[in-house]
Design a protein around this ligand. Structure first.
Ligand code: GCU
Length: 408
């Protein structure tokens, strides 16, 4: 390369970076700079007609809102049904007799990168099928407990999700690594089963043009240009949660009518979307889900629509990008996602230091969703703020268990 070309490249580099970054504004953590906004009313139809009866909500407004979230935010989950078959991998007694621990593979016809592996702990002391917590995990099923018998994930694991300790494939280094977030024994002793799936089994979390995971199995045949409303990874992860629930419906150890769906961070966004799309989930808990989850997009506080679409272009549908730096044009905001779960119980958990996820935006979303819960005669929407950082703590579990005891 000639010196002149090298200098030209050097000169262009900051420009290229500048152009990429000019798409999103600097991160705002200043309440004084939060723009003034009006939220779309969950109880008024798109054409301005107020929703007057619970029946109108069910028949008209709820489907309308679901469609708006599909068209503008998460994309449409393909209606196509695919064959999913289950096979047991192992079964044993765990925690000194407290639980039965089993693993199952859900094989999805047309998915070529491996099955979706379910890990289930069920309490043996509970008579009949037990209520359960169902949650996706970030690093493989083996990461939730230091138990050498849990199969090591063979799927792609991102170093981001893997907390930098592994690159692309799981090793023994991550066995039990996330156990602080999964107090399984305590949950079992309280009478609940624990069901988990590694989210990368459903769709590996990187932007590969939707060639891997469940997308090829469900997307329209023939490929071609992606439509602006085609689903992304959050839609796929939510679909996987529904398939896990299908499995539980047939399982004698778990009561599928009492499944609390829980998710942290990107998986909290997923839990809310899955809870909205699949009414069989009895209760939903979003932990620190932030932008695209429980936080209002219009506040532009912490992570914004533009930033999330730039860094994670595969999470949402393409049309969501047209709202980058234009949040007020969105026909929906995230309070309406929470409202879609009503009258089923919802717990929104925020952490004071997790400003990236905008704890106040999560509180305001819960507040703006509350009229729908009241309208449907439900008092089961709670927002909870704890001190500390972006995480799932023992104290959070105290709140989840109390909420589930009371509401489910
Ligand atoms: C990033 C991302 C968030 C997401 C989080 C996570 O911080 O910006 O939107 O919630 O990752 O899932 O860990």
């Amino acid at each position: 390369m000639t010196i002149a070309r090298y200098l030209l490249l050097l000169a262009l580099c900051p420009l290229v970076g500048g152009i990429a970054r000019a798409q999103d504004h600097p991160v705002n953590y200043d309440e004084a700079k939060v723009p003034a906004f009006d939220l779309p009313d969950p109880l008024v139809m798109e054409d301005g007609t107020p929703v007057e009866t619970p029946e109108q909500w069910r028949k008209h407004r709820r489907p309308e809102l679901l469609r708006l979230f599909e068209e503008h935010v998460y994309g449409r989950t393909p209606k196509r049904s695919v064959e999913v078959s289950a096979r047991m991998i192992n079964e044993c007694i765990a925690f000194g007799g407290l639980a039965l621990r089993r693993e199952f593979d859900l094989s999805v016809a047309g998915k070529s990168d491996g099955p979706i592996r379910l890990l289930i702990y069920s309490p043996r002391a509970v008579e009949g099928p037990a209520p359960a917590f169902l949650a996706l995990n970030f690093m493989g099923n083996h990461s939730i407990q230091p138990d050498p018998e849990i199969t090591l994930s063979t799927q792609w694991i991102g170093s981001r999700a893997g907390h930098g300790i592994e690159k692309n494939r799981a090793t023994e280094a991550s066995r039990g690594r996330l156990s602080a977030r999964w107090p399984v024994e305590r949950i079992l002793a309280r009478g609940y089963a624990v069901v988990t799936v590694y989210y990368g089994d459903i769709d590996p979390d990187f932007d590969d043009g939707f060639a891997n995971g469940v997308h090829p199995a469900l997307d329209p045949e023939g490929g071609g240009e992606r439509k602006p409303n085609e689903w992304g990874s959050i839609g796929a992860w939510a679909w996987g949660l529904s398939r896990a629930l299908d499995f539980l419906v047939e399982d004698e150890w778990v009561d599928a009518s009492r499944v609390a769906l829980l998710g942290h961070s990107r998986l909290g966004k997923t839990a809310l979307w899955a809870g909205a799309t699949d009414e069989r989930f009895a209760l939903v808990i979003s932990n620190n889900s932030g932008c695209g989850g429980a936080a209002l997009s219009r506040r532009c506080f912490g992570e914004t629509v533009a930033r999330i679409n730039r860094v994670f272009p595969h999470w949402f549908c393409e049309r969501f990008r047209s709202y980058n730096n234009q949040e007020s044009r969105l026909p929906v905001d995230q309070h309406q996602l929470i409202a879609l779960i009503a009258p089923r119980p919802v717990l929104i958990c925020s952490a004071e230091e997790d400003r990236w996820a905008d704890p106040l935006g999560e509180l305001l979303a819960a507040r703006a969703a509350a009229p729908v819960f009241r309208f449907l005669d439900s008092a089961s929407l709670v927002h909870r703020l704890r001190p500390g950082k972006h995480d799932v703590t023992d104290e959070d579990w105290t709140a989840y268990l109390e909420f589930a005891d009371r509401e489910m």
